[in-house]
Write a protein of this length. Sequence first.
Length: 239
Amino acid sequence: MVLAELEVYHSRPIAPTRRVALGRSRLPVDPAPGYGGVLLGGVAARFAADLHPDLVPDLYALTRELEAGCRIPQPRLRHRFQTDRVGLIRSRHRLVRTAGDLAFSFETDKAAPAQHVLAAVYAAGELSPGTRATVFDVIRRGLRWTGPIGPALILHLSAGSGSAMALDAAAIDDPVSWARGVLGFENADRDFDRSHVQKRFRSLLREAHPDLGAGDDDAARRIAVLTEARRILFDADSV
């Protein structure tokens, strides 16, 4: 199942003019960053490492300008961003779900790295002001990523507060419901407050400790999940 898609139109790498345009993308970002934001961050992570080092400072500056809603003089990063797609070729990047797992699907052989990254940041710049800041934060996390392009990156991009923890697809779909399920409040028949959340968190944290039989890797993952669930419920208006 395709959860998010970025369609990029671009000149060929050997063309004398360097151009980028956006196609018909599907980038759901509610609640932010959503699948769309994770995909844009993934594109940034996948292609930024291949950028010429001279382009990186201007790329970070461009993310700040687009986040602020500034008008962007062209060209940037030696490429011209345009709306006209005539004469350009297409690449597509996707975030997909297979049997509950999330994965990236990138087309990498048709364009220069800067064209892919520029498409991601310009697509984020077209989002509403209410979600733009969160998505640009995810993109900059992607730009700083140095690990493998896979599950660990998806977890890093989808995590709250910039921490790398084990979120799954349900956490991106509905973070509050996911957090309630993690801490055992999914069937609560009464209101609960921060004190209930903290008490349940401490109880489950003790159960996850390696001294009680959990492996080190499993314990670290479980503790990260519990911590993120607590943060989400603390931040939720209902708690």
